[in-house]
Design a protein around this ligand. Sequence first.
Ligand code: NDP
Ligand code: TDO
Length: 298
Amino acid sequence: MGARVLVIGKSGQVATALLERAEAREIPALCVGRPEVDIATMDTLPHQAAAFAPTVVVNAAAYTAVDKAEDEEDAAFAVNAEGAGRVASAAAKLGVPVIHISTDYVYDGAKTGPYVETDSPRPLGVYGRAKLAGEEAVAKATDRHVILRTAWVFSPFGRNFVRTMLTLAETRDRLKIVDDQRGSPTYALDLADAILTIAERIAETGWQQRYQGVFHAANAGETTWRGLAREAFAASAALGGPTAAADPIPTADYPTPAVRPLNSRLDCGKLKATFGIDLPDWWVGVRDCVGRIVAEKT
Ligand SMILES: NC(=O)C1=CN([C@@H]2O[C@H](COP(=O)(O)OP(=O)(O)OC[C@H]3O[C@@H](n4cnc5c(N)ncnc54)[C@H](OP(=O)(O)O)[C@@H]3O)[C@@H](O)[C@H]2O)C=CC1
Ligand SMILES: Cc1cn([C@H]2C[C@H](O)[C@@H](COP(=O)(O)OP(=O)(O)O[C@H]3O[C@@H](C)C(=O)[C@@H](O)[C@H]3O)O2)c(=O)[nH]c1=O
């Protein structure tokens, strides 16, 4: 039997990317989300979701406003912790596994090298704490869970750092960008492909014990926020789109309500070993993403 993917989280970057890639790969996919399905309050998924007969549920819904979460702890936990648990329980009731998306912000950034899944999480802010609680709620709700920790997601859709940079460059010649936080930028379309490949694998082989647990899923390579901005500006300039100089600053010169990890690079070896998935280099995704954004603007 082929994969049939039920996506929770309608207009978000990852949900939008999943629908686009599922259509391209001819994998049946159905997306549900607000206002019909609010994971902070729902008891069960709507009849439409069960009628679709999914082989897997992907939870791409989350409270993602990292700074705002510092003032809205209850709201962040209602979605990212309890909501994640509700989605996993709903998947279990449908008798299918759940693929849940989590974050690099579960780590404190104190490690010198890239993080592996066995490293201890220690989130620095409310968003990361809520996401970590969500991972725990998912694991408690069903054994049949794949938790994908991804990072620094960008896409042509919604709110993300690359789009913010290109928008700011329309009115500014120079921007100050932090250059001492290192991470693994991830193109939502590449992440979507990885998720769909996992869904197909589960459909082909049936659920296997080794699929259970936490996996890192990010594009290959690493950079800083400034490095990401510079790549986006270079790609945009080459296409005649908005561009700006990116001046390096330390985190201390860009104070934010939430503390972010200085290092959240993710080693994705376990994903490769278990599912045979290797995400491409992050800058390849930046070029595709910027191409699409510039084409939209012109
Ligand atoms: N963005 C990033 O850089 C990263 C994201 N992640 C994780 O990846 C996943 C996808 O993130 P991304 O697509 O970027 O996020 P977005 O912010 O683009 O989208 C989040 C989606 O969640 C939906 N949502 C929020 N609250 C609820 C709710 N109570 N009930 C139902 N839906 C809700 C939003 O709906 P609405 O449109 O109605 O607001 C929106 O569609 C999340 O789990 C996130 O934590 C991990 C690492 C990095
Ligand atoms: C706009 C801007 C930001 N920055 C810095 C602030 C911050 O340290 C860094 C990133 O800022 P943002 O607020 O755009 O990104 P942020 O919301 O922290 O992104 C995070 O989102 C959540 C959902 C995740 O799970 C993480 O993986 C990560 O992608 O860039 C600058 O230095 N200059 C600027 O002009």
